[in-house]
Structure formats: C-alpha cells, structure tokens
Design a protein around this ligand. Structure first.
Ligand code: PHE
Length: 453
C-alpha cells in the first residue's frame, strides 16, 4: 500500500474533503429541498441531522478509510475479513455510481449557464422569461446531454491525469472566492423589495408542517451534502496522512458545508419571494431564481451583472467538479484495486457507464417525461433512491460497524492519532455511533413506512 498517493498538506486534506462536500448539494439541492419541505423547520431538523448523524458518521468514515488505506469496499474486506460487512462498501460504490450519473446532468446545466451568462442572453429577462429559458433548455434532447458529456470528460481527465494537485492548489483561491461571492449575493438578495417574506420562510419555523417526508428529506440532505454514507470520505481518508487530525477535519468540513448551504438559502429565498417564484419549484429553483438576483441587483450595470454572473456559474461548476471527482474516485479506486484493472481502464468504465445512465436521466426530464416509476421520472428516482434510501442506509451500517464491530482499540487509535491528540468528545462519539445514529436513522425509516400509524 506504500505506493498509494497521499494528500500533501493539512490544508490539502481539508480542501479536498470540503471540495467533495461543497457542491451542487449545497447550492442547488439544499434550497429546493428546503422549498419543498416548508422552510425553517426543515432547516432546523437538517442542522440537527448534521450534528447528530453527520459528524459522528463522518468520523467513522475517516477512521475506517485511514486505518485500512484502501478503497471503500476493500476497507471493509481488510478490517473484517470474511464477513458480509464488505457489502456496505459495495453498496457505497453503487450509490456513488448512481449519484454521479444524475449529478453530472445538473453539473452540465451550470456549463450551459456559463455560456448564457457570457453571451449576455440572460440579461433583461423577467422571472417568467427565466422559467421559460430553463424549461426550454432542459426539455431540449441535445443540449443538456452535450453538457453532461463535456462535464464527465472534464471529470475523467482529472481522475486519469491525476491533476488533483492543480485542483488542490487552485481550490485555495477558488473556495474563498466562492464564499465571498455567496456573501455578496446574499446581501443583494436580502436587500431586494419584499425580501422579508423570504427571510421569514427561512427563519420562522412552523412545526405543524413537519411530517415523515420532512424528516426523511432533512436526513437525506444531510448525508448527500456531507458526502456521507457511500464511502466517499472513507476513500479520501485512505489518502490522509497519519498525523491528520480527524476530529478537527470532520468539524471543519461539516462547518464549511453547512455555512455554504445556509448562504445559498439566504440567496435563493429572499429573491424568489421578491419576484414571486414559488419556493417549491424543485430542481429548477436555483436556475430560475439566481438570474433574477443578478438582473434585479445589477440590472442598471449590465457589464457588472454579466461579469458577476459569469464568475458565479464558473465557481459553481468548479464546486460541482470537485464533487464529481470525489464520486468518480470512489468507483474508480474500487475497480482499480479490487479487480486489478489499470486506473485508466477503470476510469473509462466509470465514465462511459455514467454517461449512458446520465443520458437516460437527462432525457427523462424532457422527451421521456411520460415514462415514470412510482410516479417519478428516472432523474427523480435516482435522486430519491440514493439520497433518501441508500445513503442513510449506508450511514446506518457505517455507524454500526464503527460503533459495535470495529475493535475499540482501533477506534481510539484513529480518533486520537495513537493517543497523541486529546479527544474530549471520544465518549460522545462512541455513544453517537452505537446508539444515537442507528436509532435515529431506523426511526426515520420506520416512520416513513408508516409503522407508527
Ligand atoms: N456532497 C456533494 C454536494 O453537496 C455531493 C456528493 C454526495 C459528493 C455524495 C460525494 C458523495 O454536492
């Protein structure tokens, strides 16, 4: 295992993991899930899920990955020889593959919006116009497919050429830049006329609307946004150094991820309410609301509006890229290490598989709209099955594995770097992994199955 790569620096570790976590999940998925589930109450439950489920399970993935120094399926094979635990890793690989197959569609949309912003075709439209632009684009059979293809090739290139170093280095500038731009946009959005209604939607919880869908949605969003439950951070941790402080890294990644999601909410909802867009517009919400922010706030300065929107979509595409890389890496590392395929061959298989499934998912939003399963299009089916079922299920097993199966000596050594770090939350961590996470996830699943009537 000595020839496996390592992350160069401490900052590199945090940037790569935060790069995986921060992506479309925060800026595209979090707002539309919040909108679908009624706003503030959903956010509060989401925050609880991050704290109670996300943090401990992220720690578990870090410990499993660094200890085994293998891909996620290999990790369970090595740490629990000859037991069925390896299926947890395999389930993760499958989840990663399915997520990548529809995630790259939305990532492709960001490329279309880069072009639209650059050519000035978003300027001067009103809310209705933006809705029309989006719907026309998504239902076109070719353009979204072309962009998902381009995006998958970009991801493929990074995975094969191993230009992570370049990405790691540029992330040091780009991530803070994205953060600053989000802050500026949140400021703009909040100062739009009638923005207060959007703020109320975000900040005033109405618990009477909380049902099992809200609970499941919040839990799924926490797993999705933190890249948990499928061995992604486990795979990354297999490249961590022995002196990486796991608890601190987990805390930083969860913090950064949560702040970005909340900022995205502060951009989308005040603007949506201001121009009369319904918050439950689903996956289109970001793409029909955001152009409004640029239009309303900078309409009188077209050049500035163009530049800022261009910069925003480029940063969004890069944030998505650091996430698609991490998803791709899970599956590639698995095929490479478990089946002795060369990395290039493994990556080729993943890329072509994802493009094929991606095309089907993309068409399911346009010409294939009538073909549904359980009332969902293929795109929605992939999103729902992975985020709301597979990731929490994966998380449940990861918590059980680290909390009950794994030797406590190993857990202690990994959490504290062989006793060199003081981990005040160690007992809390064990308690969360053994009891809190498994019980909460199971209850939310049972609630969904209407076991409680
Ligand atoms: N967390 C990423 C995002 O928020 C998506 C992702 C999910 C990445 C699962 C890796 C694993 O966009």
């Amino acid at each position: 295992m000595n020839n496996r790569a390592n992350f160069g620096s401490k900052l590199g570790v945090i940037l790569a993991s935060a790069g995986s976590a921060v992506g479309l999940g925060n800026i595209w998925r979090f707002p539309f899930e919040t909108g679908n589930h009624g706003g503030a109450a959903f956010i509060l439950i989401y925050l609880c899920c991050v704290l109670v489920l996300g943090l401990p399970i992220m720690m578990a993935e870090f410990m499993i990955g660094r200890r085994s120094r293998a891909n996620t399926a290999g990790a369970y094979r090595l740490l629990s020889k000859g037991t069925p635990w390896k299926w947890v890793g395999r389930l993760g690989v499958l989840s990663g593959f399915l997520i990548l197959s529809y995630y790259c569609i939305v990532a492709g949309w960001t490329l279309e919006y880069i072009v639209q912003a650059a050519t000035g075709s978003l300027a001067g439209q009103d809310a209705e116009g933006f809705i029309h632009t989006f719907n026309t684009f998504v239902s076109n059979p070719w353009r979204p497919v072309l962009w998902l293809f381009v995006f998958m090739l970009l991801t493929h290139f990074v995975i094969v050429k191993g230009v992570e170093k370049g990405i790691e280095r540029s992330s040091k500038i780009l991530m803070p830049l994205l953060f600053i731009l989000l802050l500026v946009l949140a400021g703009c959005s909040i100062s739009l006329p009638n923005a207060s209604e959007g703020l109320r939607f975000l900040l005033q919880p109405d618990f009477s609307k909380v049902d099992s869908q809200v609970l499941l949605g919040a839990m799924g969003q926490a797993f999705f946004s933190l890249s948990l439950g499928m061995g992604c951070l486990c795979t990354y941790a297999s490249y961590f150094r022995n002196d990486t402080n796991l608890p601190r890294t987990a805390f930083n990644v969860a913090m950064i991820d949560t702040i970005v999601a909340i900022l995205a909410g502060l951009i989308i909802f005040p603007a949506a309410f201001s121009v009369g867009i319904q918050p439950d517009k689903g996956p289109s919400l970001l793409f029909i609301t955001l152009p409004n922010v640029f239009q309303q706030a900078f309409g009188s300065m077209p050049l500035l509006a163009t530049l800022l929107s261009l910069l925003f979509y480029i940063l969004l595409a890069l944030a998505a890229l650091t996430s698609t890389i991490s998803l791709h890496e899970v599956v590639t590392a698995y095929l490479h290490e478990e089946f002795q395929l060369s990395r290039t061959k493994a990556a080729r298989l993943v890329t072509s598989g994802c493009i094929t499934l991606g095309i089907l998912c993309s068409l399911s939003l346009g010409i294939g709209k009538e073909y549904t399963l359980f009332g969902l299009t293929l795109f929605d089916l992939f999103d729902t099955t992975t985020a709301k079922i597979m990731l929490p299920l994966g998380g449940l097993f990861i918590a059980l594995f680290a909390g009950w199966y794994l030797d406590k000596q190993i857990v202690w050594e990994e959490a504290s770097n062989h006793g060199t770090l003081k981990v005040h939350t160690y007992r809390l961590l064990l308690f969360a992994l053994r009891y809190v996470a498994p019980v909460c996830i199971t209850l939310i699943f049972l609630d969904q199955l209407e076991v409680f009537g």
